[in-house]
Design a protein around this ligand. Structure first.
Ligand code: LHQ
Length: 261
C-alpha cells in the first residue's frame, strides 16, 4: 500500500496520509509521495482544489519517532537536515501552490502533523480531533511553520501556552480560538470537507491563487506594500476569463460558470 493515497475527481485532488497504524507519522517515503502529489496538483490544470486528510483514527503525528536512534552512544542527530530537505519544502509548497487546499483533520494532529494542517488554506476538523504542539515534550522547538502560524492565528499568549505545555487543543476550542475554520461532527467531516473542496474546485482558480498570494504576503508587508501588491494582483485577476464571467453572471442574475482561467 502506498503511504500516501492520491485520487482526482471532479477537479479535486484528494491526498490521504496512509500509515494509519502509526497515526500517519511522516517518513521520507511519505514526504516523497506528498511532494509528487503536490507537484501534480500544481501542473495539472484539471486539478482546481486539494483535499488533505488522514486514514484511520489519526490525522498525522509528525515525524516518525521510531526512525532515529537516540540511544546513549548513538551518533548525534542533525534535525536541520530533515527540516531542510523535507518539512520546510513541504510547507513552502503548500503555501505557494496556486490552488486552494482544504485540510480535513480527522483525528489527532501532533507535532509537525499539526503544523502541516495549519499550512493548508482552510482547516476543518472532526469534533473529536485535537491539535498538539508536541515538540516541547521532546525538547524541541515547534517546527514546520509552527512558530509562524501559531502567534498569527491565535496570538502570542495562546501560542506560547500551546507550545510550552504541549497539551491537546480540542477541535471546538481550536475553532473558537481562530486556529481553524471550523469543527464539525465526526460523521460529517468527510462530506463537509469534500463539499468545501468541490465548491472551491468550481471557483475562479486563477483568482484564488492570487488571493492566496496576497493573503500570505500580508504577514510580512506594510500596509503600503500590501496595497501595491493588491493593485498588481488585481490587475492580473481582472484580465482573467473568470472575472468577465463573474461580472456577466451578476448582470444576468445567474450563477457564474468559472473555468479557472
Ligand atoms: C508513532 C508516532 C510518531 C512514530 C504515534 N512516530 N510512531 C522532529 C524531528 C525532525 C524533523 C521534523 O520535525 C520534528 C517534529 C516532530 O514532528 S516530532 C514528533 C512529534 N509528535 C509527537 O511527539 C507525537 C507522538 N505521538 C503521541 O504522543 C501519541 O501517539 C498521541 C498522543 C498522538 C496519540 O496517542 P494514542 O492515541 O494513545 O496512540 P498511540 O500512542 O498508541 O499511537 C498508536 C501507534 O502509533 C503506536 O504504535 P504501536 O506500534 O505502539 O501501536 C505509536 O507508537 C505510533 N505513533 N505517533 N510520531
Amino acid at each position: 500500500m502506498p503511504s500516501v493515497l492520491v485520487s482526482v475527481d471532479a477537479g479535486v485532488e484528494t491526498i490521504t496520509l496512509n500509515r494509519p497504524e502509526k497515526l500517519n507519522a511522516l517518513n521520507p517515503e511519505m514526504h516523497a509521495q506528498l511532494r509528487a502529489a503536490l507537484e501534480r496538483a500544481t501542473d495539472d490544470p484539471q486539478i482546481r482544489a486539494l483535499l488533505v486528510t488522514g486514514a484511520g483514527r489519526g490525522f498525522c503525528t509528525g515525524q516518525d519517532l521510531a526512525e532515529r536512534d537516540v540511544s546513549a552512544g548513538a551518533a548525534p542527530i542533525d534535525l536541520s537536515v530533515s527540516l531542510g530537505s523535507h518539512y520546510n519544502p513541504l510547507v513552502r509548497r503548500l503555501r505557494a501552490l496556486p490552488k486552494p487546499i482544504v485540510c480535513a483533520v480527522n483525528g489527532v494532529a501532533a507535532g509537525a502533523g499539526a503544523n502541516l494542517a495549519l499550512a493548508c488554506d482552510v482547516v476543518i476538523a472532526a469534533r473529536s480531533a485535537s491539535f498538539v504542539q508536541a515538540f516541547a515534550r521532546l525538547g524541541l522547538v515547534p517546527d514546520s511553520g509552527g512558530t509562524f502560524f501559531l502567534p498569527r492565528l491565535v496570538g502570542t499568549a495562546r501560542a506560547m501556552g500551546l507550545a510550552l505545555f504541549a497539551e491537546p487543543l480540542g477541535a471546538e476550542r481550536a475553532e473558537q480560538w481562530g486556529l481553524i475554520w471550523k469543527a464539525v461532527d465526526d460523521e460529517r467531516l468527510a462530506d463537509e470537507a469534500l463539499a468545501l473542496a468541490q465548491t472551491l474546485a468550481s471557483g475562479p482558480t486563477k483568482g484564488y491563487g492570487l488571493l492566496k498570494k496576497a493573503m500570505y504576503a500580508s504577514a510580512g508587508n506594510s500596509l503600503d506594500a500590501q496595497l501595491d501588491l493588491e493593485r498588481d494582483l488585481q490587475r492580473e485577476a481582472g484580465l482573467s476569463e473568470d472575472y468577465r464571467e463573474g461580472v456577466s453572471a451578476f448582470k444576468e442574475k445567474r450563477m457564474p460558470r468559472f473555468k479557472g482561467k
